[in-house]
Write a protein that binds this ligand. Structure first.
Ligand code: FES
Length: 114
């Protein structure tokens, strides 16, 4: 059900498997929305925890994205850097409803602060 707590950001069909799109939010930040090979959708702040690389331009494998700048691997589920690297990027809850992608409004707006 669509409520005021969720933002409808468009049809899931427009996000190809292994693809990503971005969504500008207030404060000049962006959220990156990813779709995995099995169709799951995740949203993260579009900023690598290393040096702010644009994660939306990275390559998706399973539930990770590889940063395009220095190849850190970031979990789409937790936002944490994997392997020997450490750092964490805010994640935003996502759900699919009636073929539409919904993201949590509160976290989407809070993500820009932290
Ligand atoms: S900015 Fe992402 S790995 Fe360096």
């Amino acid at each position: 059900m669509v409520t005021a707590d969720w933002l409808d950001i468009g049809p899931v069909d427009q996000l190809p498997a292994l693809g990503a799109r971005t969504l500008p939010v207030q404060g000049g930040e962006e959220i990156a929305i990813f779709r995995t090979a099995n169709g799951s959708v995740y949203a993260l702040l579009n900023k690598c925890p290393h040096k702010q690389g644009p994660l939306s331009q990275g390559i998706v494998h399973d539930t990770t994205v590889t940063c395009p700048l220095h190849n850190w691997r970031i979990s789409l589920v937790t936002g944490e850097a994997l392997g020997d690297d450490s750092g964490c990027v805010p994640t935003i809850p996502v759900k699919i409803d009636g073929g539409r992608i919904l993201i949590a409004r509160k976290e989407a707006l809070q993500g820009v602060d932290g």
